[in-house]
Design a binder for this molecule. Structure first.
Ligand code: SF4
Length: 427
């Protein structure tokens, strides 16, 4: 379909030994996903069943959003609520009744579990069933865990989407389901490309509201736009849908390979593919080359955080001329990450999980030009003279598909340019 067939596996990292680490890790919990999911699913409310710590995390991470039109909140369980679980269930029911009476715009309510052991003991799935019966058909109540014990950072989105799959209606229609929360403007660009290729009907999970037509069945094929959706992938497979494996649509090459895999599934001819993609490909290549001049021949080290690390390393090495020293990911799933690992030039240490002190030692020894890590590690590493990029920015910034490829390169170029400017100023 396209002229970018993957190199033989020996040239990539798919068969390379993976350093597996199971020590202390420094990442956000899955509650963080609420910050972008509440913008995406416009008729949803996320009710965190948690402690004051969870409320503080949401308030500080969400910043000003909480004062605008909040569509998330915390049912704070006080110690007195936790004295008896029956009381806690009754308190949760009362909280939901109050919320839904106040907010008739809510059509989907997610009960989001958190860390305290008393919350973990609460059977939120039973609560969701009970509340769905009470408020159906107007409101659908689902539940998932965003607890830091069970989830890291982007796994909150995975858990949320996986919770939606079992309640999707059954369909026999041959449809493409695109899975992963993208900013609306990026999703519209993607839908326009697929439409120009003649591919359809296309459904998107998560949909912007509950009324969007969407089903799943044996004739559904699905493509993922985010590399952290392994539970959703498993849930869709259990419903009989078939995954289209592909590199993720980050950068020009990743976008072209992703579209090519989908186009091949739908029998799009090479001429149509070239007609639709040639112009945006050229634009993306130009934008990347302008933004990436400072990245050429620089080294990069990824701490595991967002699960975007492997496709980002593929983009930065192949399209921006960087050399990856270590590519850490919280989890590596061959079905999801294999196509990107095939393209990632051999050389970097691939690591899964984290033992943060050992990894810091490796990073200090490697002295990379740029380190991608969570907020908790960035400041200490900057103080030691290393340039860093916060992984969290990558999920809050539109970075997918052709029109964002230049911005994606620019995100990584910025810390290096800043360091050069500071160096000149200090000289
Ligand atoms: S879910 Fe756990 S890790 Fe996340 S804010 Fe609440 S207590 Fe902290």
């Amino acid at each position: 379909m396209n002229d970018q067939s993957p190199p033989p596996p020996s040239l990539g990292c798919r068969d390379q030994p993976v350093l597996k680490q199971r020590g202390q890790r420094e990442v956000f919990c899955g509650l963080t996903g609420i910050i972008w999911l509440h913008r995406k699913i416009q008729d949803a409310f996320f009710l965190v069943v948690g402690s004051r710590t969870c409320a503080h995390l949401l308030q500080s991470a969400a910043g000003v959003m909480i004062f605008a039109e909040p569509r998330f909140g915390t049912a704070i369980l006080e110690e007195s609520d936790l004295a008896g679980l029956n009381d806690a269930h009754a308190e949760l029911d009362r909280e939901v009744e109050r919320l839904l009476a106040r907010r008739p715009d809510i059509r989907q309510l997610f009960l989001v579990g958190s860390c305290p052991s008393e919350v973990i003991k609460l059977d939120l799935s039973r609560a969701a069933e009970r509340l769905t019966q009470q408020f159906a058909p107007k409101v659908r109540v689902l539940e998932y865990s965003g607890s830091g014990i069970e989830t890291t950072f982007t796994q909150g989105e995975d858990a949320c989407l996986a919770s939606m799959v079992p309640v999707l209606p059954e369909t026999d229609a041959r449809e493409l389901l695109v899975v992963g929360a993208l900013p609306d403007v990026v999703e519209d660009q993607m839908l326009s490309l697929l439409d120009d290729l003649g591919i359809g009907p296309v459904r998107v999970l998560p949909a912007r509201n509950i009324d969007a037509e969407m089903g799943v069945g044996a004739n559904t094929v699905y493509a993922l736009t985010q590399p952290f959706l392994s539970d959703t992938h498993a849930a869709l497979t259990r419903r009989g849908a078939r995954h289209i494996p592909a590199p993720f649509p980050l950068g020009e090459e990743g976008t072209t390979a992703w579209l090519a895999a989908v186009a091949a599934e739908f029998g799009v001819d090479a001429e149509t593919f070239a007609h639709v993609t040639d112009a945006p490909r050229r634009r993306a290549q130009q934008a990347v080359s302008q933004a990436a001049d400072v990245l050429h021949d620089k080294t990069i080290f990824f701490f595991p955080d967002s699960q975007l690390e492997i496709p980002l390393a593929r983009f930065l090495t192949r399209e921006c001329g960087m050399t990856a020293l270590e590519v850490g990911s919280p989890y590596i799933h061959d079905a999801l990450h294999g196509p990107d690992l095939d393209l990632l030039p051999a050389g970097p240490q691939i690591s899964e999980g984290q033992d943060v002190d050992l990894q810091l030692d490796r990073c200090r020894a490697a002295q990379p030009d740029l380190t991608v890590c969570g907020l908790g590690l960035a400041n200490p590493l900057e103080a030691e003279g290393l340039s860093t990029k916060w992984a969290i920015e990558l999920v809050f910034t539109p970075v997918h598909f052709y029109e964002q490829a230049g911005d994606l390169a620019a995100l990584f170029a910025r810390p290096l340019r800043r360091k050069t400017k500071l160096g000149i100023a200090a000289a």
